[in-house]
Ligand binder design. Structure first.
Ligand code: COA
Length: 409
């Protein structure tokens, strides 16, 4: 088996996509393939060939993703697949190594991905950086606390999603810089959010939406589908499947959730990805009825320690020497002094004794501000040589709100 690895050309798209689908065992409808193709950047989409046969795929999106302090360029890793006939021969490893060295050469200091299986990416230096929650809320038990905000100036407008796209775009533009993990959406990305053919509906009917607004304009939106049903006694058992809900302020946010939870003939709301600090947790009088499930959202890889650590902001002053272990990107494997406060950061190679020793995946896990490091110390993943150094770094790297991307790429 002689393998070669290179970016694919546009003419190879179809074969490349077929390998990806074979690897995932999926069959994507044509219109979704077309949206995927328009999102793909061919010069950043790699193929592994066994002779003439395409056997492996991986691609990178050029994202502008919010990190603590604001958006930076981030490589969004996607479409990682190996033909079943060629698995466990090192093809994934060759793709990951090439992709990370391309990112390094390009000066893109951070990569992020959604993992099909959580066990895959730690070996390549990715750390679990963001969590998400799945909520399944019975609407009969969804009263708010008496502290829920209300603004009499706010009203709801039922809209057709295709016609309200520019409103959604405007609201999303305003919120995406507020939360680490959210990334700017291209027109093709929006096409993916709003595509609404029968095969997109999962048996739950067309996309529906409401906009919260006042005389000054829109302040939030909720996008969802409703799977209507009735039980043997003719009682409504409908399920509302929430796709997105963004509010610019607490009152708009609460009103949108109230609407979603109060839709007639809906017995429960299924929200498949919400941030782990979703304010809804504090709006519900009985949050046990969230029936929350905790899952991983983004995995993050620090590609260049110094560039990545200076690109984000910090919550508190820190001055630590970190010994980074990194066998995949050897340029990171050394001691670095990180000096930062709330106004900026410096990170430079140094030869001083290490305060902390950690695998690069720990920096990825903490990078978006949502992973306290104490648990990693307790798990033995981080070693501390100067007492207090870990708490200092953990406090400085923590950030509000919690990271979450919420839209799989
Ligand atoms: C996951 C996948 C890409 C792995 O490709 P591969 O070429 O077989 O992987 P490699 O041979 O390079 O394996 C490298 C290492 O990862 C490990 N590994 C591979 N797949 C793994 C998995 N699903 N879970 C845990 N470990 C895995 C291998 O055991 C190997 O470990 P080692 O270095 O300790 O020997 C491939 O099996 C696949 O396409 N799966 C279906 C699609 C998918 O899940 N893609 C990931 C999308 S996020």
């Amino acid at each position: 088996m002689t393998l070669s690895l290179r970016p694919i050309g546009e003419a190879e798209w179809s074969a490349w996509n077929t390998v990806d689908e074979e690897a995932f065992g999926t069959a994507t409808p044509e219109h979704r393939q077309e949206i995927f193709r328009r999102n793909i950047e061919f010069d950043r989409s790699l193929g592994v060939f066994d002779g003439d046969l395409l056997v492996g795929t991986a691609a990178t999106y050029s994202f502008s993703m919010t990190v603590p302090g604001g958006p930076i360029p981030v490589g969004g890793v996607t479409a990682v697949g190996v033909l079943p006939s060629h698995r466990r021969r090192g093809i994934l490893s060759s793709l990951m190594t090439r992709q990370l060295s391309d990112l390094h050469e390009r000066g893109e200091a951070v990569a992020a991905l959604y993992a099909a299986e959580a066990a895959i990416y730690g070996r390549y230096g990715y750390g679990r950086a963001a969590d998400c929650m799945v909520f399944r809320i019975p609407t009969a038990n969804a009263a708010f606390t008496r502290h829920a905000p209300a603004d009499p100036a706010l009203r709801l407008r039922v809209v057709r999603p295709a016609e309200a796209r520019s409103t959604f775009e405007k609201i999303y533009e305003s919120v995406f810089e507020r939360r680490p993990g959210l990334y700017a959406r291209t027109p093709a990305r929006w096409d993916g959010v709003l595509t609404d053919q029968e095969s997109d509906q999962g048996g739950a009917g067309p996309l529906r939406a409401v906009v919260a607004e006042d005389d000054g304009g829109p302040r939030g939106y909720a996008l969802f589908r409703i799977k209507a049903s009735f039980d043997d006694h003719d009682l409504p058992t409908g399920e509302l499947r929430l796709k997105e809900l963004f509010g610019l302020d607490p009152a708009a946010y609460a009103l949108l959730w109230r609407h979603v939870l109060d839709r007639d003939l809906v017995s429960h709301v299924l929200a498949q990805s919400r941030p782990s600090d979703d304010p809804l947790i504090h709006l519900l009088a009985e949050p046990r009825h969230l029936h929350a499930l905790w899952l991983d959202d983004l995995w993050v890889r620090v590609v260049d320690v110094d560039r990545a650590l200076t690109a984000r902001r910090y919550s508190a002053p820190v001055d630590v020497v970190i010994e980074v272990e990194d066998t995949v990107c050897p340029w990171n494997a050394r001691r670095w002094r990180l000096t930062a406060d709330t106004s900026g950061a410096r990170c430079a190679p140094c030869d001083d004794p290490a305060d902390l020793t950690l695998p690069v995946s720990v920096l990825g896990a903490a990078y978006l501000g949502g992973r306290p490091l104490a648990a990693l110390l307790a798990a033995g993943v981080v070693r501390e040589s100067r007492a207090g150094a870990l708490r200092e770094l953990s406090t400085a790297m923590s950030w509000d709100p919690a990271p979450w991307a919420g839209l799989v790429f």
